[in-house]
Write a protein that binds this ligand. Sequence first.
Ligand SMILES: Cc1cc2nc3c(=O)[nH]c(=O)nc-3n(C[C@H](O)[C@H](O)[C@H](O)COP(=O)(O)OP(=O)(O)OC[C@H]3O[C@@H](n4cnc5c(N)ncnc54)[C@H](O)[C@@H]3O)c2cc1C
Length: 538
Amino acid sequence: MPGKIIEGRNLKPQDWTLMPDFCVVGSGAGGGVCALKLAEAGFDVIVLEEGPNIAQGDGPAPAQKRPVLNERESQMYKLLYQEGGTRLTANGGVKVMQGRCLGGGTAVNWSACLPPRLETLDEWQKRGLPFTRQNLEPFLREVVNYLPVVRNDKYNSSARKFIEGCAALGVPHDNLPNNTHDCRECGSCGVGCPYDRKMSGFVKWLPDAIAKGATVWTDTKVDKLVAGGDRVTEVHAHFIDGKNRPTKGTLVVKPKKGVVLAAGSIGTPGVLLRSKMDLGKRVGKFTHIHPVTITIGKYPEKTSPAYGVPDNMFTPKFSAGPTGYLIETGSFFPVLSASATLQHGEELHRIMRDYYPSGAISYAHHTTGFDEQEPYGTVRLDDDGEPELDYRIPKANVKPMQESLVEMCRIHLAAGATSVYVMRNPPLEVKPTSGFEEIRKIDFTEPQRATIFTVHVMGGCQMNKDERRRVVNNDFTFGQMKNLWVVDGSLFPTALGANPQVTIYSLALWGAQEICRQNNATFQLNHQQGGALPWPGY
Ligand SMILES: Cc1cc2nc3c(=O)[nH]c(=O)nc-3n(C[C@H](O)[C@H](O)[C@H](O)COP(=O)(O)OP(=O)(O)OC[C@H]3O[C@@H](n4cnc5c(N)ncnc54)[C@H](O)[C@@H]3O)c2cc1C
């Protein structure tokens, strides 16, 4: 029998007790995959998601399938993101964007799909992880064929300017595959695709899991796990109303088989820390981000930069090495970008007037996490028991971050930009004649109140052969526990150096296979049909 979605915000105040086989915590990239594969294997599965449902409309096949997604940034960040889109690192230096809704990050992400870098997998093998490009291939293939991942060559104005600039400078550039289909080019991916053209968790993994019998509880926040010996015996949660306040209702889950943690790279350590399961203070350590540096070119003509596929053009030229970076193109989301300028009043008005209607944006995701001497980030609990990330930009990334800004400025200028806005506090505008010396003075180790942002958070519960770092074992179990598994981005030992959703999906498939094996159930990959994967030469 199919399962359903139960919205915690609409329940009468009541205390619930449930006894499924598996309780999956979090409905994002890792959680959606595991919910589907465990339900497919015949288990009774519930998923607990703290964020809201994104329900389908019930009109006669309306073009806008998800009326709740109204494409307005001012309302959607508040609805769909952790801390209403205002999450910062503890010192305010980095703005941390993470989804908090049905589908988690997959609901709001920009749909770029890359495989893990080979050199990252090599590093992970040195740290004892079992993954290689060869043995991951069936899982990557499953993701590519199931979503599917395709090369979408409808380019927005930012991508077109980037192609022109790269061509003028001889910088190699390529299509970045993604998981949108028949895209309407509204540019709203970052606030949730209302038309179901992006193959996010709430379009693919979760409905398919529900069709196989899984039940998803939204507005249901997990407070803690209760363990007895080497088993989790209970999951304690409460419901959240439409204004993010706890209701009077609670939920206790007593899973027959176990618990799968997929609350993301700040949420999963948060649940574990609240449960006093910190494995000798290892939980939450070595949390990684890809710090993002941003440039906006100003062009002589109108560009309408908020529209189109946000992220389908990139250059791999600078991506190699432990501090390499991927320059990608994006959508110039006006509210997000305006807040990142940190300006207000007349100056903000001027910047937006100058750069918004005729702008093109590019940004660089920076690889971190390879230096074993660096502490990187730590997730800890604040006074309210909520997880927060303490993070310093690693010194080794400062020069590459400066250089990425220089390279992006060069590309904009070669494409005909009359000036380039560099996100720095105070802001910096680079003209064709001004040179790049000011950029090379930016000290990213000094917190600049969130002019750096990240949309990729990884690690905090890493797999590692080193017992001083290991939180998750190679069979995806947590510490000494026999019925607790972690399947989200928190298990990465380093940052990835590539957009992470495809890797998280693939590792979660591997994790689901492990969970099935450990529980004597059949696991199957169903989308193995041939054809080359969409990343030639990568
Ligand atoms: C704006 C944006 C753009 C991005 N663009 C791309 C892109 O183009 N390509 C790409 O590859 N990646 C992209 N990403 C990153 C990618 O989406 C994430 O890396 C991925 O979704 C992380 O998967 P996860 O399973 O680790 O966690 P998530 O997907 O974050 O899911 C975790 C879920 O757990 C829930 N949760 C947390 N705590 C609790 C709790 N206590 N109780 C119940 N539920 C809880 C959260 O609400 C969330 O829904 C982007 C992310 C963002 C935010």
